[in-house]
Design a protein around this ligand. Structure first.
Ligand code: NAD
Ligand code: LMR
Length: 330
């Protein structure tokens, strides 16, 4: 094990997602089986969460993970992000029943102003940041805006959970294994307006629409069901998704650090591709070209009128969220 340890800062370390996520990072599932990690954990400076974070760290110690080089526990983002190679921004308020993720904008947005500045001032050159805390597309924009030292491309937000949800729902409808689903990506916002592009996706190499011929199901049941799956989990569990969110973040970062031709969904800084407004963070198809570096995939995702209309709607929402937080953008 000769690799230099990676410094990975994780916020919200005592939260639900943190509890599912941290052991998997320490076990090597995110950065690989030969990559040691130093975990730099952040919680709010309040006794309860600080104590709970200590408990999580005790459990990580008790796992005796060979790849866990060391851990540090923090209540100050400046220290937590010190020399970090990766900042995983999970810590923020989840929504409760009856709320939309955008209802969290003002409260959670403020967190990302401070954390964006702290990343700018303390993280390693070349640091990558992935945002999970909702509404994640707009929170990542706020953080990136505060971190002028680092390129906007180094900041991403997670829509992989939506891609995974969509894949399972198509597989279950077609009665096949999820591994049969290909070329499936999410466009736009991590919100009910997201567009799970079934029209370009495949099942067993055939277009989805050849295998699932019930167009009404695809448009009127599948799309809303993927878009509102987060609310359905909150309704069922009384708490927002955690194990599946942690799993999606493992997928997000692992695929973003593993160069390949595999296409995956990430919310990235828009350069206008697919008609998204420049400067919003929109989910779209990318492939990883070098560890932590991606390019937008254009081929294989042509949009007909239906797809363009859906992308237009989710883009409008992203633009309107940007207007709502304009005072948080420097
Ligand atoms: P949680 O309430 O269980 O845990 C959040 C933790 O973050 C808490 O321990 C809290 O003390 C901490 N925290 C709050 N503000 C912080 C700050 N400024 N710095 C550091 N820590 C802070 O919530 P959870 O279920 O773990 O969810 C966390 C976030 O992830 C929520 O915003 C939720 O909506 C979001 N989420 C996003 C996705 C996605 O697909 N993008 C999926 C699931 C959840
Ligand atoms: C999810 O999609 O499960 C999360 O974003 C949590 C939520 O509020 O829906």
């Amino acid at each position: 094990m000769s690799n230099k340890p990676l410094r990975v800062a994780v916020t919200g370390a005592a939260g639900q997602i943190g509890y599912s996520l941290l052991p998997r990072i320490a076990a090597g599932e995110m950065f690989g089986a030969d990559q040691p990690v130093i975990l730099q954990l952040l919680e709010i400076p309040v006794e309860g969460p600080q104590k709970a974070m200590k408990g999580v760290a005790m459990e990580l110690d008790d796992c005796a993970f060979p790849l866990l080089d060391s851990m540090s526990l923090h209540d100050d983002p400046n220290a937590a992000f010190g020399d970090a190679d990766w900042c995983l921004l999970v810590g923020s308020k989840p929504r409760g029943p009856g709320m939309e993720r955008a209802d969290l904008l003002k409260d959670n947005g403020a967190i990302f102003v401070g954390q964006g500045k702290a990343i700018d001032e303390n993280a390693a050159d070349g640091c990558r940041t992935a945002v999970v805390g909702n509404p994640c597309n707009t929170n990542v924009m706020i953080a990136a805006n505060q971190a002028k030292r680092l390129p906007a491309e180094n900041f991403t937000a997670m829509t992989r959970l939506d891609q995974n949800r969509a894949a399972t729902q198509l597989a279950q409808k077609a009665g096949v294994q999820v591994t049969e689903i290909g070329n499936l990506v999410i466009f736009g916002n991590h919100s009910p307006t997201m567009y799970a592009d079934f029209q370009n996706a495949t099942i067993g190499g055939k277009p989805v629409t050849d295998v699932i011929t019930d167009e009404a199901w695809l448009k009127e049941q599948f799309l809303p069901s993927v878009g509102k799956r987060g609310a359905a989990i909150i309704e069922a569990r009384g708490l927002s998704s955690a194990a599946s969110a942690a799993n999606a973040l493992i997928d997000h970062v692992r695929d973003l650090t593993t160069p390949s031709d595999k296409v995956h969904s990430i919310a990235i800084h828009s350069d206008g591709s697919y008609g998204f407004a420049e400067g919003v963070w929109a989910s779209m198809p990318v492939k990883t070209t070098a560890p932590g570096t991606y390019e937008v995939v254009h081929s294989g995702f042509d949009q007909n009128d239906f797809g363009q209309e859906k992308i237009g709607l989710t883009n409008d929402e992203l633009v309107s969220e940007r207007e709502t937080v304009s005072d948080m953008l420097s």
